[in-house]
Design a protein around this ligand. Sequence first.
Ligand SMILES: [Fe+2]
Ligand SMILES: [Fe+2]
Length: 169
Amino acid sequence: MPGSWLHLSGRFFGSLAARDLDRSEIELLDGVLSKAEFDLFMLQPPLDRRHGFEAARYAMSAGAPDAVVRAAALHDVAKRHAQLGIPGRVVASVCIKLGLGVSGRFRTYRDHGPIGALELAEAGSPAIAVDYARSHHAGRPAAVSVEIWELLNAADAASERSQSVRPDR
Ligand SMILES: [Fe+2]
Ligand SMILES: [Fe+2]
């Protein structure tokens, strides 16, 4: 448990340093996301935009097809609905990790995967983007191959490392 707390404090201080996307980074995303996806992506706060971008960049570097890059970019798109700042996210993460019942914005934070999946389905995103958003905290659904699942998880983890932050719980 001490490791977890250390990890969380690292998350807190790393989060403060999250840098918003610059013009060239935004253009890169604009080139791969649909208009509806891009609009959704840009509704996120800078911390989540950075996280999605770094995950997408990892997937691109790994030679993933566009649909998988879009899945990486958008998997946390619904975190914004929780409207939690960094301290709130840390507390929510601890509650979720400890298996405590959560309600209100903490519940929204916990459920950002399925909520995001609904938004992405509405935006016409490819199945892999919808499936990965829905299940990235729950486990691989049969519709997603092991190879793609592992690549997306690696993209998510690499993004967290690059931010010195784990915006995911
Ligand atoms: Fe994530
Ligand atoms: Fe997540």
